[in-house]
Design a protein around this ligand. Sequence first.
Ligand code: RP5
Length: 163
Amino acid sequence: MDIQVGIIMGSKSDWTIMSNVSKTLEKFGIGSENRVISAHRAPHLLTEYCESARDRGLKVLVCGAGLAAALPGVAAAHTSLPVLGVPLDAGGFGGMDALMAIVQMPPGVPVGTLAVGKPGAINAAILAASILAVSDEKVRAALDNFRAQQTQAIKDTPPPDQE
Ligand code: RP5
């Protein structure tokens, strides 16, 4: 499986949530790589990673961070690849701190910001799949199949009082 998505998190402590990104991408047959690279603690490493990402074959970056959460924005500053940001609750303000930091990018350097925590991590993977599906028939088929199954599961769910 070609590695097409780069998943970066600010700390190993983000892994519990960010592992949902690679797990979800696998469902669509999309290969990914995981890296811990803090924008604040290892800024040069982050620059190097993002500047070389496109040439190494990556097509989308998914970045998760908590607290001041500069990671997705700084990544987007160093590449024109699509960057998706996942705000994480690292103990301050229920993740609102990270959400505000990630969503408030200045015009010209966008980050596609997802929900806080696990729902955001899962949706970042699905959105990455949607981006890749534009030019990849296999991913498109997997995505369409996932959406159809999801809808079917809703239709098959009995109302609570009829179980
Ligand atoms: C952020 O600080 C990381 O993304 C993490 O969510 C948070 C706390 O990091 P640790 O102190 O657990 O390494 O940069």
